[in-house]
Design a protein around this ligand. Structure first.
Ligand SMILES: [Cu+2]
Length: 73
């Protein structure tokens, strides 16, 4: 189980958060996803998640991921 915080550019409102979170929930291994436009980040929890899959999901939602911070636990 790990938690990853993704820095995302371009989110401006709660609708953006919802789009990003929805795409992140489709990523293999993700059990929990949320996004916050005020901080420009999204968080995902789960296991065996790859950063590439997360980056692709963010892009699929129409935004750009610019950083990843993963912590195990
Ligand atoms: Cu928006």
């Amino acid at each position: 189980m790990s938690k990853t915080v993704i820095e995302i550019t371009g989110m401006t409102c709660s609708h953006c958060e919802k789009s990003v979170a929805e795409e992140l929930m489709k990523v293999q291994g993700v059990t929990l996803a949320s996004a916050d436009h005020s901080t420009g980040t999204a968080s995902v929890e789960g296991s065996s998640i790859t950063q590439q899959d997360l980056a692709d999901a963010v892009e699929e939602a129409g935004y750009q991921s610019v950083g990843f911070k993963t912590s195990d636990g």
